[in-house]
Design a protein around this ligand. Structure first.
Ligand SMILES: Nc1ncnc2c1ncn2[C@@H]1O[C@H](COP(=O)(O)OP(=O)(O)OP(=O)(O)O)[C@@H](O)[C@H]1O
Length: 338
């Protein structure tokens, strides 16, 4: 089996009393493009900073290309390209000057260095600003200079922390294309808040919340989950719901919002045993009861569903049940009329 490009085992990190990363374990194979998702404060940047040797872990291990991030940090740094969330750049340097300085620091061979810089400036679409001072660049261009910097030494592993933050929609698309092209030859761990970006670029997704891994699987596995069937029925909501629940193929029914203005229409989402397609059978039975069928659909699980489920489930579990409403004191009896 090839050495994993990234290997994280029982990793934890405390900032004083804050447990930012809590017993996180995962592996990334060489050439994989993995989306690293989670809400604000989930622990993504902290994990990435540990992987890139900028921060020591409190406990656990992390290895990059087989090298321990704590004890073999130089070997790790030689094999990793890191785009941090906010790119630190020297404001008084020009773009090409900065990248050539970084190329020397990263020991990019002198022969072919200029060609490498030129190629990266084209791929990261920064050639038109090559003579601009870094301090005068917009956030989007700074981000792209950071990406070019991360790719300079053609490292086998790239850790990209929100690479599209601050970019306009066209730039986002171009940057995603650049990242996608890296797949196969490079391993990429990519953090972002934009789920559609992960769907465009990654094959696999890791979702963390409150410092813990909550989901780790391929995007295809989400799509292969049992589908949900949607029904909009013109009829008495309670009665229709009970009828659907009573059908032998049905395992769960929940109310589903119906379009505004659809008076007298009730919406339902249902799960069937083994995901069996029950649309035709249900349609026949509902119309047989004299109820009109307005809409019938099949919904496949999306990354957004999975993400919402993972994040909301934990938030719901952490939210204490609301206090019961106090029972109003009985009104004192009115004094008898004098
Ligand atoms: N230097 C620090 N000192 C104290 N607490 C910190 C520090 N850096 C991060 N934290 C805390 O650690 C937790 C994880 O933060 P982290 O930046 O890793 O999350 P994130 O998933 O990258 O969030 P975001 O999506 O907002 O960038 C948060 O509660 C954060 O407030």
């Amino acid at each position: 089996m090839p050495t994993p490009a990234i290997q994280v085992e029982h990793l934890s990190k405390n900032y004083g009393p804050v447990l930012a990363v809590n017993d996180v374990s995962f592996e990334v194979k060489p050439g994989e493009l993995v989306g690293f998702l989670g809400p604000n404060g989930a622990g993504k940047s902290t994990t990435m900073r540990i992987l890139t040797t900028f921060l020591p872990a409190s406990s656990g291990y992390a290895r990059v290309a087989g090298y321990d991030v704590m004890y073999q940090s130089m070997e790790v740094r030689e094999r990793i390209g890191y785009l941090p969330e906010s790119v630190p750049l020297y404001p008084e340097m020009r773009v090409s000057e900065y990248l050539s300085y970084r190329a020397r620091l990263k020991s990019v061979p002198r022969a072919g260095r200029l060609a490498r810089l030129d190629d990266l400036m084209v791929r990261c679409r920064i050639k038109e600003v090559r003579n601009r001072l870094l301090g005068t660049l917009s956030k989007g261009y700074r981000q792209r200079v950071g990406l070019a910097d991360a790719m300079l030494a053609a490292p086998p592993v790239l850790i990209l922390d929100e690479p599209t933050s601050g970019l306009d929609p066209i730039q986002i698309q171009q940057t995603l294309e650049t990242i996608k092209e890296l797949g196969g030859r490079h391993t990429v761990l990519l953090s972002t808040h934009i789920l559609s970006e992960v769907e465009k670029v990654c094959e696999r997704v890791i979702i963390i919340n409150k410092g813990r891994v909550k989901f780790d699987n391929t995007l295809a596995s989400i799509n292969e989950q049992e589908p949900t069937y949607e029904f909009e029925v013109r009829g008495p909501a309670g009665e229709v719901g009970e009828f659907l629940k009573a059908q032998p193929e049905v395992v769960a029914v929940v109310a589903h919002p119906v379009p505004v203005g659809a008076d007298g229409v009730a919406g339902f989402e249902l799960k069937s045993k083994g995901g069996k397609d029950v649309r035709e059978a249900m349609a026949a039975r509902l119309t047989g009861k004299g109820w009109g069928l307005r809409h019938l659909g099949l919904k496949r699980a999306s990354l957004e569903d999975q993400y919402t489920q993972v994040v909301l489930r934990q938030e719901a579990a952490a939210t204490p049940a609301p206090e019961p409403e106090p029972t109003p004191e009985p009104e004192p009896a009115a004094p008898p009329a004098a």
